[in-house]
Design a protein around this ligand. Structure first.
Ligand SMILES: Cc1ncc(COP(=O)(O)O)c(C=O)c1O
Length: 358
């Protein structure tokens, strides 16, 4: 029995969530976004669970290589593209598809003298101002890439939505229509929707959707949980109580003594802390489940431990399970406690945490 923190990943939930994606966007192909260690769920096992996707999206070349190393021969798109001739050589060798978002990347492709042709996705900046060719620069980029011998015919097109998680924002409609108008006569495959675009903006679906966070069972919206869309939490972060102690009224608990016992209290010490990716910003009073009972954190999160007021779990013992987020305690709720977004919590689980697949 492991006493340290574990991230239990439910591959059935991952597959189920891919099914939800297909229900929402039945006419689109799915590029499953598994960058950043599959949002903390483990790159390779997650890819295996999501093998039914039409392609995988990763940010960087190293992530693509890690998938190929483990024998995954699926289509893989490098969402940030490549930055040197050597990287282009590697892309050709492994058959990755690349996003082209800058004039420098066009130059690299023009100068490349390999035998194979590269499959590219041209990124259009429809209003996010992060990556991509601005609307006015797109026609020249399109022409240059279509004339480039090292680029295969019919480059695909991609844009990214900046505010799709704000359901009443004007920006998404504006981005989608700018993109549609710009590329409508080109007759090639297009992609715009991330999870929020997929769930809330059907006009953004097009030929490809690119869900990330919803595959992990998490809502992309600030005001709800994945279950509202029939998504299932794929990661449950848990640990155990490694000590239980009694404190007297007036005694202080943890660093800085910020939690003070109002009455005689049982305090559980659980083996997890910010060294495991459980943020220190999660304040005193935030929820955890102890043997399934909702309890409150007492005082500050330290590097390897948290203290829990066991008032709601009077019979809790050393060795009992403690759930930090996942089944029974939505990561969306914990993100609010940490004043962040659930993406950051799941991506932030540290390498010290054992990942178990079920
Ligand atoms: C280019 C691109 N597409 C799709 C996604 C998936 O986004 P989400 O996790 O919000 O679905 C991301 C994630 O940041 C991204 O950068």
């Amino acid at each position: 029995m492991s006493w340290g923190p574990r991230a239990i990943v439910d591959s059935g939930a991952l597959r189920h969530n891919l099914g939800v994606v297909r229900r929402y966007a039945p006419r689109s192909k799915v590029m499953a976004v598994i960058k950043a260690n599959a949002y903390g769920h483990g790159l390779v096992p997650t890819a295996r669970a999501l093998i039914g996707a039409d392609a995988f999206g990763v940010a960087r070349l190293a992530e693509g290589l890690a998938l190929r190393d483990q024998g995954l021969g699926q289509r893989i798109v490098l969402l940030e593209g490549v930055f040197s001739k050597d990287e282009l050589d590697t892309v050709a060798l492994h058959g990755f598809e690349i996003v082209v978002h800058s004039p420098q990347q066009i130059e690299l492709l023009r100068d490349w003298r390999g035998v194979k042709q590269h499959h590219v996705w041209i990124k259009v900046d429809s209003g996010m101002n992060r990556l991509g060719f601005r609307i006015e620069d797109f026609p020249a980029a399109w022409q240059a890439l279509n004339e480039c011998p090292s680029v295969s015919a019919k480059p695909r097109l991609m844009t990214h939505l900046a505010s799709a998680d704000e359901r009443d924002s004007q920006h998404t409609d504006a981005q989608v229509s700018r993109f549609r108008v710009l590329v409508e006569k080109l007759g090639v495959e297009r992609s715009a929707a991330n999870s929020a675009g997929l769930l809330a903006w059907p006009q953004a679906h097009m030929e490809w959707v690119r869900p990330g966070v919803m595959l992990y069972g998490v809502s992309p919206f600030a005001d709800g949980v994945g279950a509202a869309f029939d998504l299932r939490a794929a990661m449950t972060l848990c640990t155990r109580l490694i000590a239980v102690r009694l404190v007297k009224p007036g005694e202080r608990v943890g660093y800085g003594g910020s939690w003070v016992a109002g009455t005689a209290s049982r305090i559980g010490i659980a083996a997890i802390g910010y060294g495991d990716g459980y943020p220190r910003q999660i304040g005193s009073g935030s929820p955890v489940l102890v043997a399934g009972q909702r309890c409150k954190i007492a005082g500050r999160v330290s590097m390897d431990m948290i203290a829990i007021d066991l008032a709601n779990a009077q019979s809790a013992q050393v060795g009992d399970d403690v759930t930090l987020w996942g089944q029974g305690l939505p990561v969306e709720e914990m993100a609010t406690c940490a004043a962040t977004i659930p993406y950051e919590l799941i991506c932030g689980v540290s390498q010290r945490v054992t990942v178990e697949y079920r």
